[in-house]
Design a protein around this ligand. Structure first.
Ligand code: ADP
Ligand code: MG
Length: 355
């Protein structure tokens, strides 16, 4: 399933949640540009992502980001071989903006267009990190909405072997941070104060489900009760200690299952990716746990959180050869419909690991 040449240029567009991003990637491996606009400031006062505001902001920002991405990569639209856009999972209004813009550009430039699974993108961020990385691999994708253990036998094939029963790791970090009064987005803030805390001073239980399943809601409740029990007397040091204890419980739980999966079916390559893979302790401990058994790849921070370069990389390695243009802008002529459906790209807000 390798639809395009190793020197081909892919334009990636990512708008699934609260990052707007446009990237140009060469040969699925080399990032020529990866422009990311975070909407953190926009959503801060609401303490979480407001879908309607997010979608509108994507629409306003995309044209400017597109110009920047092409300019930085020193690429003209005519040079591009493929336009790739996230089709799910994510917020439906946000996805529709990205897909709509992608469709418009592909039509205007007469370029093939492909829809990309955002979760695949997180794994493909690792291909941008290590030029020689190839499947088969074992992946742990930890983000705001997912904590998934997957096996990837070859490009474009993923099998889920473990997931969370309730909250995702990132969601748990965000909620814990809110309880600790750290604001939004919580994960990075919790990481920051945990560095000055002692996880042993106010330890929290480590979630432990059988097999490869995760659960973080009990841990969240444990933190809530602990804080309630402490009443008004919580100091900054207490907060740092609790953040460190919470972080340790989440990280050790994530890695306990990764360890088990690696033991059950050894592989040479392990990838840990997604927004939570930016966490300091997770990066440290993952390296220790995988050491000597497999090679670990964790993308650098800017490729862990949502970005369009990973979408372009995933498209490069997995997009089937699509019908070539010419396309006409909607309404003027019928566009080719690779999937036989009404639109060339099916937006799916609740997409799992399937193509
Ligand atoms: P999604 O794809 O679900 O939108 P991302 O892949 O962008 O999520 O990851 C965002 C999540 O990562 C948020 O829940 C955020 O709190 C978490 N996160 C980011 N940095 C850190 C960190 N240093 N420590 C822990 N969690 C983090
Ligand atoms: Mg993500």
């Amino acid at each position: 399933m390798r639809g395009v040449e190793s020197t081909s240029l892919t334009l990636g567009i990512e708008t699934s949640c609260d990052e707007t991003s446009v990237a140009v990637v060469e040969g699925g491996r080399k990032v020529l540009s990866n422009i990311i606009h975070s909407q953190v400031d926009l959503h801060q006062e609401f303490g979480g992502v407001v879908p309607e505001l997010a979608a509108r902001d994507h629409l306003e920002r995309l044209p400017g980001l597109l110009d920047m991405a092409l300019q930085k990569a020193d690429v003209k639209p005519a040079d591009l071989d493929l336009v790739a856009v996230t089709r799910g999972p994510g917020l439906v209004g946000c996805l529709l903006v990205g897909v709509g813009v992608g469709e418009g550009l592909a039509a205007a430039w007469s370029k093939p267009l492909t829809g990309v699974n955002h979760l695949w993108g997180h794994i493909y961020a690792a291909m941008l990190t290590r030029p020689d990385l190839e499947p088969p691999l074992l992946g742990l994708v930890v983000s705001g909405a997912h904590s998934d253990l997957v096996r990837m036998p070859e490009h474009g094939r993923f099998g889920v072997i473990g997931r969370t029963r309730d909250d995702a790791a990132g969601e748990a970090f965000d909620k814990a941070a809110r309880m600790l009064g750290l604001g939004f987005p919580g994960g990075p803030a919790l990481d920051h104060i945990a560095r000055t805390g002692d996880p042993n001073r106010r330890p929290l239980p480590k979630p432990s489900l059988p097999g490869l399943e995760y659960s973080f809601s009990g841990l969240k409740t444990a933190l809530l009760y602990r804080l309630r029990g402490m009443g008004e007397s919580v100091t900054d040091q207490d907060r740092a200690d609790l953040a460190a204890a919470f972080e340790r419980s989440v990280v050790e739980s994530l890695l306990e299952k990764l360890d088990l999966a690696l033991e059950q079916q050894p592989v040479r390559e392990v990838v840990v990716a997604g927004g939570v893979a930016a966490n300091t302790l997770l990066r440290q401990r993952a390296a220790e746990i995988v050491a000597g058994r497999a090679r670990l790849t964790m993308p650098p921070l800017e490729l862990c959180t949502d970005n369009a370069a990973m979408i372009a990389a995933a498209a490069h390695f997995t997009s089937p050869s699509l019908p070539r243009p010419p396309w006409k802008v909607a309404g003027v002529a019928q566009r080719p419909r690779p999937d036989g459906g009404a639109r060339p790209i099916a937006v799916d807000p609740s997409l799992g690991w399937e193509p």
